[in-house]
Design a protein around this ligand. Structure first.
Ligand SMILES: NC(=O)c1ccc[n+]([C@@H]2O[C@H](COP(=O)([O-])OP(=O)(O)OC[C@H]3O[C@@H](n4cnc5c(N)ncnc54)[C@H](OP(=O)(O)O)[C@@H]3O)[C@@H](O)[C@H]2O)c1
Length: 235
């Protein structure tokens, strides 16, 4: 066996171990939701139902009191700073323009998390200049500039919150495309996708994040096989 082959094997073993550890972590991951509106509230509720402790956040956490009371003891409410401090995994579900400030305020803490899942989408009418810049650059690559060093996976970007809410009960039929590069982050995101009732389909590295926004062929609900077929035509 050549040195290269040994190195390849060691690298594969390393990533398998990392992914295995990440999957174990994901089973009990504490989740911090940055954004607890229509989509953040829906996804967070699905993860509470799957057994995860979830801190929902708002700049006005008192507005989340009734929601968390209805979800039971695994759910709590806090500020974005409290949710980030609480969490193993942070999920961003905010108007995209807010990511600039979130990166400035919490960048170092976010970079320490095994996974930052970004569900947010850049939209020019809503997010203005930063939305146009992120759409041009590709949403995941743009987020990496705003939050350097995070272990990013884009997921759940182009499926409506009502579909996620209704689908969580009928788990397993639809897939959800993921884009990411960090093996441990992808493993944790995959477990969380399953816990929300979807089969995760890794469509490629962060550069593929430009397709994980509404209005692209990957948007909407598809079976895992359909996602693979669509993604294969999008390079
Ligand atoms: N709605 C969907 O079906 C859907 C589906 C996929 C992806 N998305 C994407 O998910 C994101 C959120 O959409 P949404 O429909 O859930 O919006 P939404 O109902 O308006 O909720 C937005 C949330 O973002 C929080 N937020 C806003 N600015 C913030 C800031 N500077 N710092 C911290 N939190 C901030 C708000 O919290 P406060 O209480 O502090 O204001 C609120 O909880 C968007 O990027 C959207 O494109 C939405």
């Amino acid at each position: 066996m050549t040195q290269d082959r040994i190195a390849d094997g060691a690298r594969r073993d390393f990533f398998r171990t990392m992914a295995g550890m990440a999957t174990l972590l994901a089973l009990a991951a504490k989740i911090g939701m940055i954004g607890s509106g229509r989509m953040g509230g829906t996804l967070g509720a699905a993860w509470v139902k799957a057994g995860h402790p979830v801190m929902f956040s708002s700049r006005h956490p008192e507005t989340l009191k009734d929601m968390v009371a209805g979800l039971g003891p695994l759910a709590q409410a806090g500020t974005p700073a409290e949710a980030i401090a609480f969490a193993d995994v942070v999920v961003l579900v905010v108007p995209y323009a807010a990511e600039k400030q979130i990166g400035q305020d919490f960048g170092a803490a976010l970079a320490s998390k095994v996974l930052v899942m970004d569900v947010s989408n850049p939209s020019v009418p809503r997010d203005g200049e930063i939305g146009a810049w992120a759409r041009e650059k590709g949403a995941a690559l743009a987020t990496m500039e705003l939050m350097p060093g995070i272990h990013l996976v884009r997921a759940f970007n182009a499926v409506g919150y009502t579909s996620v809410r209704d689908h969580a009960a009928a788990a397993g039929h639809f897939g959800v495309p993921l884009a990411g590069e960090d093996a441990a982050a992808i493993a944790v995101a995959s477990t969380l996708a399953r816990d929300a009732g979807y089969e995760p389909v890794l469509v490629g590295p962060l550069a593929m994040g430009k397709y994980l926004i509404p209005g692209t062929p990957l948007a909407g609900q598809h079976t895992p096989e359909e996602i693979r077929q669509i993604a294969a035509g999008l390079k």
